[in-house]
Design a protein around this ligand. Structure first.
Ligand SMILES: *[C@@H]1O[C@H](CO)[C@@H](O)[C@H](O)[C@H]1NC(C)=O
Ligand SMILES: *[C@@H]1O[C@H](CO)[C@@H](O)[C@H](O)[C@H]1NC(C)=O
Ligand SMILES: *[C@@H]1O[C@H](CO)[C@@H](O)[C@H](O)[C@H]1NC(C)=O
Ligand SMILES: *[C@@H]1O[C@H](CO)[C@@H](O)[C@H](O)[C@H]1NC(C)=O
Length: 690
């Protein structure tokens, strides 16, 4: 047996010249005693930090053949100091069969599969150990939060991804998030992407946050860590929660807004970023040149009622709008002109009175001179009119906190027309003259016809004559204009007024005005100063005209007469008083209409007059209804009206005491040059009915 072994060893020694005596003896002993070579300890999967030292174990029992390690299948050498691999060596004792592979200063190239192999001999088969995976662990690069340095700008309530990258870790770094010092695990999405070498990994983690106000100023930290590290890498940034401006709107009035008040709307806003620009809107319309955080309406008008005023604040994040619904309180105002009603006896009648105001005005109807309330509806209905119903009614509109307003509405009986003009009218030769024929007529006349010498005036052929008709409150007027009066134009003009109830006619005498004072004429002629003459004549004419007018309208209303009129409400008296009344009211109504028509823009002759019955002291220069051109308004304010009110026409006080309302007195200069003379003028001066 020993001889055979010896023979075999000899045979094999041809291959292994390095075999020593010791090996031969050992082999002899081992193979004799223990038999075939085999692994006692095999390498296992191991990991090492880059730069670290690692030992892969390999212990062989009864080692017969040569031993070497392979890395990814390539042999490293059989010597204990592996010359081609300075950081590698096989350590251990030969006696114990230890051939442990030691790697110092591990590098990424060491990241491989290792195997321990022993070659075969005559008596022993070659053997291979387990494959052991050596992992070399690399820390990642320090992590970075994308798109942020020290501050992360986020928008309130807008879900935002914050992304942190830790590149090149092996294995991929694990990223953890902290917000305000607390770990966040929800809404974190992490992925790892291998680098080109197939070993290193880039770790990417997104944290989705829906920022709240309280997040502002909080720190968001990204921690990156893998097995190659003892302590994690950290980076962090501060959250800057940006949001659109938040607006607080104020109106500098504590109580309800009243017409004509100075109103300031102001808006305060906080926002991040704080740089804010302002815009203002009335309803949806942008108001030009309003770029401050307040907006003034120096004298707010009723047209703003129900409108909205909005302020809009814009910063880099977006815009916010705040809206104020306007409720502008304003006093009552009648809508449209007074609508007098004319009916026959037994007919139904409806007296109408519409008033605007905020809050909505309440309406009451009374008989003029009485306080008894007849109706509180805008439409006062009488089912069947009796004789005693005819007369003057008062409609009063009231809005709490404002001056009440009243207007007269007549219930008139239909009848034939009555002419009320002066019987004698005057003009100078060569002048242009106007002959007036005014008729009270309910219903309105169908025709007013002028005749002269029994002939209807032929306006077309005459060339110098023309006639113009205009409505009166309850009648009509025709003005016959004659250009360049000739001698033969003086004389009788016959005016006929016809409605469906009858007719009336009157002869009106156009008379020549007295000649000019002689001294002036002579003086002018002698002086030869034609210019002076003309000037003086002009002067004189003016004075005379003015004098004549004043004469016609002075000493009109005696209080006692008025008293009588108002007391005479019996049906019998009514017609005659109504006649006088009419002449009074003619003046007044024109005057009064000016106020009522103001809004409607109807060009009534009295428009330039001051209004006193709508409670507002519109000046004579009202230009437009555009509230933005406030500069061009001349508007009295709420308080100045109060003075007005004392003397203004208030039905309660004026009628109950029998005082003549202001508009009945001629305490204003004649509002309208072509008005009738007052009632007391002797009837001889009036046109006679033919
Ligand atoms: C060692 O690592 C390799 C490759 O990663 C793997 O296939 C094998 O199962 C591992 N062995 C052990 C015992 O974990
Ligand atoms: C945030 O990232 C996740 C995952 O990548 C994605 O599904 C989501 O749409 C992103 N959200 C936003 C707001 O970008
Ligand atoms: C509102 O503000 C304006 C402008 O400052 C001021 O003229 C007005 O008097 C203020 N009104 C009230 C009621 O304070
Ligand atoms: C005036 O005219 C009417 C009808 O046109 C006529 O009936 C009346 O007689 C006339 N009066 C005079 C004085 O000419």
């Amino acid at each position: 047996m020993a001889a055979v072994t010896m023979m075999a060893r000899k045979y094999f020694s041809q291959y292994h010249m390095t075999s020593t005596c010791v090996i031969l003896v050992m082999s002899l002993v081992l193979t004799t005693v223990l038999g075939q070579q085999r692994f006692k300890v095999e390498p296992t999967n191991t990991s090492v930090r880059q730069g670290g030292t690692v030992i892969l174990s390999c212990t062989v029992q009864d080692k017969a053949g040569p031993l070497q390690w392979t890395r990814n299948g390539f042999g490293l050498g059989e010597e204990r100091e592996l010359p081609g691999f300075p950081r590698y060596s096989m350590i251990g004792s030969d006696e114990l069969g230890e051939y442990n592979l030691m790697i110092v200063d591990s590098q990424i190239e060491d990241d491989a599969e290792f195997q321990c192999q022993v070659g075969a001999t005559v008596n022993s088969a070659g053997i291979r150990s387990n494959s052991a995976q050596l992992s070399v662990l690399l820390p990642p690069e320090p992590p970075q939060i994308e798109n942020a340095r020290s501050v992360i700008a986020v928008i309130l309530n807008q879900p935002t991804n914050i992304t942190c990258r830790a590149n090149g870790g092996k294995p991929a770094a694990t990223i953890t998030w902290l917000k305000g010092g607390l770990m966040v695990t929800d809404h974190v999405f992490t992925s790892a992407v291998p680098q080109a070498d197939g070993k290193r990994m880039d770790a990417i983690s997104s944290l989705t946050i829906s920022p709240s106000k309280s997040d502002s100023g909080k720190q968001v930290a990204c921690h990156a860590m893998n097995e190659a590290m003892v302590d994690p890498y950290t980076t962090s940034a501060i959250l800057d929660v940006q949001y659109t401006p938040e607006i607080k709107m104020k109106v500098n009035l504590t109580r309800a807004i009243r017409e004509y008040q100075y109103v300031r709307f102001s808006c305060d806003a906080i926002g991040n970023p704080y740089e804010i620009t302002w815009k203002w809107y009335r309803n949806e319309d942008l108001l030009e040149n309003q770029t401050r955080n307040y907006m003034d309406i120096p004298s707010i008008r009723r047209t703003f009622n129900g409108d909205t005023i909005s302020c809009e604040a814009t910063n880099s994040v977006g815009s916010t709008k705040k809206t104020f619904l306007l409720n502008v309180e304003y006093g009552p105002q009648f809508i449209g002109p007074p609508e007098h009603e004319a009916v026959d006896i037994d007919d139904p009648a409806t007296l109408k009175c519409q008033a605007d105001g905020n809050p909505k005005p309440s309406i009451i109807w009374t008989r003029k001179g009485s306080k008894r309330i007849l109706s509180s509806s805008p439409n006062f209905k009488l089912p069947a009119v009796t004789q005693s119903n005819f007369g003057i009614y008062m409609c009063t509109a009231t809005v709490m906190g404002f001056n009440e307003i009243s207007r007269e509405i007549y219930l008139l009986q239909n009848g034939k027309p009555r002419i009320m003009s002066e019987a004698e009218q005057f003009a100078g030769k060569g002048e242009n003259a106007i002959v007036h024929c005014e008729a009270m007529s309910v219903p309105k006349p169908d025709h007013i016809i002028w005749t002269r010498n029994g002939q209807i005036i032929d306006y077309a052929s005459s060339g110098r004559f023309s006639a113009q008709e205009s409505d009166l409150p309850y009648g009509r007027k025709s003005s016959l204009q004659i250009l360049n009066i000739h001698e033969e134009d003086f004389g009788a003009y016959n005016c006929s007024v016809i409605n469906r109830y009858g007719d009336d006619n009157a002869v009106i005498y156009l008379k020549e005005r007295e000649s000019f004072p002689l001294p002036y004429v002579i003086g002018g002629a002698v002086g030869g100063s034609a210019l002076l003459f003309i000037l003086i004549v002009g002067c004189v004419l003016y004075q005379r005209n003015k004098g004549a007018e004043l004469e016609s309208y002075t000493d009109s209303d005696s209080t006692t007469d008025k008293k009588k009129e108002f007391k005479s409400d019996s049906p019998a008296d009514f017609k005659s008083t109504l006649m006088d009344q009419w002449r009074q009211d003619y003046n007044k109504d024109l005057y009064r209409y000016s106020a009522d028509y103001d809004e409607l823009n109807i060009n009534y002759p009295g428009k330039e007059m001051r209004a006193n019955n709508n409670g507002f002291n519109y000046g004579p220069d009202i230009i437009a209804n555009d509230p933005y051109t406030t500069d061009s308004y001349i508007v009295g304010d709420e308080y100045s009206h109060r003075d007005d009110e004392v003397s203004s026409e208030r039905c309660e006080s004026s009628y109950s005491t029998g005082y003549v309302p202001r508009s009945f007195r001629n305490d204003y200069s004649n509002p309208y040059p072509n008005t009738l003379p007052p009632a007391e003028i002797s009837t001889s001066r009036l046109a006679t009915n033919v």
